[in-house]
Design a protein around this ligand. Structure first.
Ligand SMILES: *Cc1c(COP(=O)(O)O)cnc(C)c1O
Length: 366
């Protein structure tokens, strides 16, 4: 029996050839492929600046620091996300506040954000869940009114559009962060990128990516460098950037196939799923369905060769965040969503025969 996981990277010989070329070149890291990849991401999204980093988690961390988040501050994110969207706030010493989701999209609800604002709130970190953009016009209007920074967690959403902008363009935010983990839409093995239109933030991000080192003015043609703040080694390699460039060239094909699969499931399964808003043209990363008895469905699916996953255990219910005073009942929409959600296989390499087979197996276990 063929086993299907919920996600899988799509690597072909052209990707492999690009990586091998770098291995034969003088630069394995911090070379021309990084600059090329950053320029290609700017070109694709329409953002002005890009800083390629070793993961989206690293990117969210330095974006949070670049915003000036520090102990005593608060930042707001969604409970229905991967840990990183909240942890990046905790890394800075600031406190994580959650705002409940809109059940239709499972994205953070702008009204709920407003309810969680306090004098300490400094930033909002919306997550474009499953690839569908949040309502960025409304979120950015809240941010403008209360003078907050916005960092978009775009880990699911490369290739998606919101109104007439590509997700990651930073048209409605200060910074946007992509992930290139193998389960995401395009991959570099591990990797990420921070996009911004703000030159000052860009310079901060560059320094934070590499130990807080600065080389400017007289120092440029010199051995000297200055460490002005505490930074990290969050660099991506040229080996990874070459893979990313090759993958990015196929993004539009990936998107077409992902949307085809989502349509196919919508038409052929008749199971409750997320809705897509009129402002969204998503490059879907996940296809979560909502089932009555999720635990039972999960085990039955495994028995018929479908290794599905739950996205996500609400972050406020993780022991670490419960330790900060959160508990069951705090975010009813997120918790209800979590009780029923399970993600079906969604990746470009699924053939029409695979889809027929997956739908047949799901109908058999419903
Ligand atoms: C995967 C993911 C991340 C973290 O990405 P890494 O590149 O693995 O660090 C952050 N946020 C969301 C929503 C994710 O799905």
């Amino acid at each position: 029996m063929k086993i299907y996981n919920y996600g899988k990277q799509s690597i072909t010989e052209d990707d492999i050839a690009e990586v091998i070329q770098v291995l034969r070149s003088p630069f394995l890291t911090t070379g021309p492929k990084i600059q090329e990849f950053e320029a290609a991401l700017c070109d694709y999204t329409g953002a002005k600046y890009c800083v390629a980093v070793s993961s989206a988690t690293a990117g969210l961390h330095i974006a949070s620091l670049a915003c000036g988040l520090q102990p005593g501050d608060e930042a707001i994110t969604t409970p229905i996300t991967f840990l990183s969207s909240a942890n990046c706030i905790s890394y800075t010493g600031a406190s994580v506040k959650f705002a409940d989701i809109d059940p239709l999209t499972a994205n953070i609800a702008p009204d709920e954000i407003e309810k969680k604002l306090s004098r300490k709130t400094k930033a909002i970190i919306p997550v474009h869940f499953a690839g569908q953009s949040c309502d960025m016009e409304r979120i950015s209007s809240v941010a403008r009114r209360y003078n907050l920074k916005v960092i978009e967690d775009c880990a699911h959403a490369i290739g998606s559009t919101y109104k007439d902008t590509r997700v990651g363009s930073c048209r409605y935010s200060d910074m946007s962060v992509f992930s290139f983990h193998p389960v995401k839409t395009i991959t570099t093995g591990e990797g990420g990128a921070v996009m911004t239109n703000n030159e000052e933030l860009y310079k901060k991000l560059l320094a934070l990516r590499s130990h807080g080192m600065h080389k400017e003015g007289d120092m440029l043609n010199d051995w000297r460098y200055e460490m002005r703040e505490l930074g990290f080694n969050y660099r991506l390699t040229d080996i990874q950037a070459a893979l990313g460039l090759s993958q990015l060239r196929k993004l539009d094909i990936f998107k077409k196939r992902r949307r085809y699969i989502v349509d196919y499931y919508n038409k052929n399964l008749g199971i409750s799923h997320l809705g897509e808003m009129a402002y969204s043209d998503a490059c879907f990363h996940l296809y979560p369905i909502l089932v009555e008895d999720r635990q039972e469905f999960y085990h039955r699916a495994r028995n018929v060769g479908l290794n599905l996953q739950v996205h996500y255990i609400p972050v406020h219910l993780q022991p670490y965040y419960k330790g900060q005073g959160y508990n069951i009942g705090d975010f009813p929409n997120a918790e209800k969503y979590y009780q029923h959600c399970i993600s079906l296989p969604l990746y470009p390499d699924l053939t029409d025969e695979d889809l027929l087979e997956i739908v047949r197996r799901i109908k058999a276990i419903l």
